[in-house]
Design a protein around this ligand. Structure first.
Ligand SMILES: Nc1nc2c(c(=O)[nH]1)N[C@H]1C(S)=C(S)[C@@H](COP(=O)(O)OP(=O)(O)OC[C@H]3O[C@@H](n4cnc5c(=O)[nH]c(N)nc54)[C@H](O)[C@@H]3O)O[C@H]1N2
Ligand SMILES: Nc1nc2c(c(=O)[nH]1)N[C@H]1C(S)=C(S)[C@@H](COP(=O)(O)OP(=O)(O)OC[C@H]3O[C@@H](n4cnc5c(=O)[nH]c(N)nc54)[C@H](O)[C@@H]3O)O[C@H]1N2
Ligand code: SF4
Ligand SMILES: [Mo]
Length: 699
């Protein structure tokens, strides 16, 4: 077969929920077909590098299984039996049912539910315009960033840090609780530059030997949920050995004698017992960063997905503060830049349309909510209708057995707008076909760098696929919400948002670089004039209530349960004789959450769902490599294939990737084992924190 010639190459942006937000050069083969996708060489952060899953995007965009037409369910829930209908039939039915349900059960019985399948704000956040206009139930956004952002802001007061490209100028790069080789490849581009150009050492802190850890000069393989203990012992050594920057502590932090004596007890021996590291490993790490205070701490999301994740994030962040790393170009800590966009999105989200206070339902608790848990429903009535865009809750949310039970309710009217027949779409009453990023216009932010990028439509959509913006407008028209309807196109929505936000003219931005750089001045991003608290001081002693107010979020515990100063708290799900293993569910390289589960390249690379286990544990349980195993706890059980792997600690097992349920024998996936209990202080799911048993499967 001859290779098709590209008609042209078009510049757009990767829409996926990945901190890198790469600028892309996409081959357009004809008006409806894309070819090769490459990373833009002239974008300073992308620097010509993208991940393999998006390089192969043609497999996904041109996939024969895309949803092309609106569908109505014809068999029982989840039967997969659907019949094609027209857009008008589908939208009219949705409008009629939503009005009926509202009349009978109240507006709060309808729950628009979305997440970050696209990170484009017009198509991601427009659902809130409809929600606000109708006073439908709110969504409390907890699934991804709630825990980590909380821990970071508790210290700095603002979600920003030294420009990620500055990593190349540091003397030591610490990659903590993130696996960028899998999840944000561009971090490696800049980290490796520091090593090549300056001889910087690369440290990786994780709970198993990831592909990122394989590249490390110093690998710190700790037990899950113990990062806080490691951080405290490192600070103990810095103070003990005069490696702390006492001047910086005085001028820029709330450090005091009480904290000093608190840390005096946190010895390397104490932390060694908790983390599983040797005291010598902890000493070596403390001395490496202590002698190289121009250290760049790249703090990931992964280590925050623990019940003590917010306090561990705060503890890890406290190390560069004790070193005074923030003083140096190439030094400090970075988690996300999401505090710097300064966007006015009010016309997208319809913020002004909100009439009254409405209950805010926790998206991670969709299982308890749909099965009628009164606390999860906040004392209100049941949810009777769901409108779902950009997310696959049947696979990605915790407490899956409850989620499934909820979706199976015959009295629940479920609308899913999707690109593929996901396991969520299969539970729908009405499925609507959605466009992909190359088929609509939007702008994209993501926390991993400093830019906001415009991503234009470059090909026509297949079949009758329509963008989210269209669906929200059309439903709004039919449920008596004229305020939520806008005649503006998606491109006009972008232009208006840019202009309201003071970003400038979209035509000019597009003709120039395609992006708006929101980098703060270098000294500001390193908090030279003080941290973002009224006294300008970094908080080793967090004011959790002030943190809550800053974030506009809710307490899920008694505030007095939060530690008064940087600390390690053992809140993780306890292991026991019956559930002796700690499970983490770390992302796979060629899936993005549950996306790409349908593409052949990803299916081939990820293979069958597997469980990594230490050889000593496998020997003790008499399990062979490749054996079918069952893992379980009080929430349910899941079948996987055993892979013996010496790159983790005994007592820890890892299941990589969100495979579809149907890829598992017995049809239940990994989130069956994960709890939806909200993580302190403000909620979120502890995806990498579950106690489980492991047994040989019985056929
Ligand atoms: N290929 C791929 N890329 C992705 C995603 C994906 O699913 N696949 N997901 C995207 C999304 S939505 C997000 S939010 C980001 C997340 O990206 P990351 O910030 O990298 O977070 P995670 O991938 O959840 O976990 C990162 C690492 O943390 C480790 N970890 C788990 N528990 C602990 C712990 O207690 N301590 C320490 N030190 N490490 C721990 C995990 O083993 C894993 O290797 O990635 C995005 N990019
Ligand atoms: N066990 C475990 N569970 C996890 C995690 C973990 O590490 N372990 N990670 C968690 C994290 S960090 C996150 S962020 C969540 C993410 O969970 P989700 O936000 O659900 O992410 P995806 O699984 O990628 O699903 C996104 C869906 O949106 C669809 N989509 C994409 N673009 C569009 C569009 O323009 N319009 C419409 N209508 N649909 C679109 C895609 O086809 C896809 O099915 O998962 C969480 N779940
Ligand atoms: S998924 Fe992440 S690394 Fe891959 S192209 Fe998109 S933004 Fe870049
Ligand atoms: Mo995420």
């Amino acid at each position: 077969m001859t290779k098709p010639l590209a008609l042209r190459t078009a510049r757009t942006v990767c829409p996926h929920d990945c901190p890198s937000t790469c600028a892309l050069d996409v081959e357009v083969l004809d008006t409806g077909t894309i070819g090769r996708v490459r990373g833009a060489k002239d974008d300073p952060y992308t620097a010509g590098v993208i991940c393999e899953k998006v390089a192969r995007y043609a497999e996904r965009a041109n996939h024969p299984d895309r949803v092309l037409y609106p569908l109505r369910r014809t068999g029982p829930k989840g039967s997969g039996q659907f019949a094609r209908i027209s857009w008008d039939e589908a939208l009219d039915e949705i409008g009629r049912r939503f009005l009926e349900i509202e009349a009978e059960h109240g507006a709060e019985s309808i729950w628009p539910y979305y997440y970050a399948g696209t990170m484009g704000h017009v198509h991601r956040d427009g659902i809130n315009r409809l929600r606000n206009a109708k006073s439908y139930s709110e969504q409390y956004d907890t699934i991804c960033t709630m825990i980590s952002w909380t821990g970071y802001i508790a210290g700095t007061g603002l979600l920003t840090g030294p420009n990620p490209e500055q990593m190349a100028e540091s003397d030591c790069v610490v990659i903590w609780g993130t696996n960028p080789v899998n999840t944000q490849i561009n971090v490696m581009t800049h980290a490796i530059r520091a090593r090549k150009e300056r001889g910087a050492k690369l440290v990786v802190v994780d709970i198993y030997r990831t592909a990122t850890m394989e590249q490390a000069d110093m690998a710190l393989l700790i037990r899950p949920g113990t990062d806080g203990a490691l951080a405290l012992a490192v600070m103990h050594i810095l103070l003990r050995d005069n490696l702390a920057d006492r001047d910086f502590l005085k001028s820029h932090t709330d450090f005091d004698e009480a904290l000093e004596s608190h840390l005096a007890a946190k010895t390397p021996q104490w932390a060694a017992e908790i983390t599983g590291l040797t005291p010598a490993e902890i000493e070596a790490f403390a001395h490496l960063v202590g002698e190289n205070p121009r250290a760049y701490f790249r703090l990931g999301y992964g280590f925050s997905r623990q019940r003590n994740g917010a306090t561990n994030m705060h503890a890890a962040l406290s190390i560069p503060t004790m070193l005074g790393s923030w003083k140096y170009r190439g030094g400090g800590a970075f988690h996300s830049n999401s505090g710097t966009w300064g966007l006015d999105k009010s016309q997208i989200t319809g913020a002004s349309l909100k009439k009254s206070a409405v209950r805010e339902l926790d998206m991670c608790r969709i299982g308890p909510i749909l099965t009628g848990d009164p606390q999860a429903l906040e004392g209100g009535g049941p949810v009777k209708a769901l409108l779902i865009q950009n997310t696959n809750p049947m696979v990605v949310t915790p407490d899956h057995a409850l989620t499934r039970k909820g979706f199976e309710r015959e009295d629940l009217f479920t609308v899913v707008h999707e690109q593929f027949m996901t396991e969520t779409a299969q539970m729908a009453d009405i499925v609507l076909p959605a466009t992909m990023f190359v088929e609509h216009n939007d702008y994209y932010t993501r926390g991993g760098h400093t830019r906001v990028l415009y991503g234009p439509k470059i090909v026509d959509a297949p079949g009758e696929a329509m963008p989210n913006h269209f669906v929200i407008n059309e439903i709004a028209r039919r449920v008596g919400a004229p305020d939520a309807v806008t005649e503006k196109t998606d491109r006009e929505m972008v232009a208006e948002t840019f202009s309201r936000s003071g970003y400038g003219d979209l035509d000019e931005i597009e003709a120039a670089s395609g992006f708006v750089d929101r980098a703060l001045p270098d000294d500001k991003s390193r908090y030279a004039d003080g941290f973002a608290w009224p006294d300008g001081k970094f908080r080793f002693k967090p004011d959790w209530e002030a943190t809550r107010i800053k974030r506009g979020v809710n307490w899920v515990c008694d505030p007095s349960e939060m530690p008064a100063m940087v600390d390690f708290v053992n809140w993780n799900e306890p292991t026991s004789q019956t559930t002796p293993f700690r499970l983490t569910t770390s992302p796979a390289r060629t899936f993005l959450n549950s996306t790409f589960g349908e593409t052949p390249g990803s299916q081939k690379r990820e293979g069958t769902p597997s469980l990594l286990m230490h050889p000593d544990d496998a020997a003790r349980l008499a399990l062979q490599d490749g054996a079918p195993v069952t893992i379980g706890n009080h929430r349910g059980s899941v079948e996987l294939t055993l892979r013996i792997f010496d790159g983790l600690r005994t007592g820890v097992v890892v299941a990589e990737g969100l495979h579809p349920h149907k890829a598992h024998r017995k049809g239940r996936g990994i989130n069956t084992l994960i709890g939806s209990d909200p993580v302190k202080p403000f909620g979120g799911a502890a995806f990498h924190d579950a106690a489980v048993w492991v047994r040989a499967s019985v056929a």
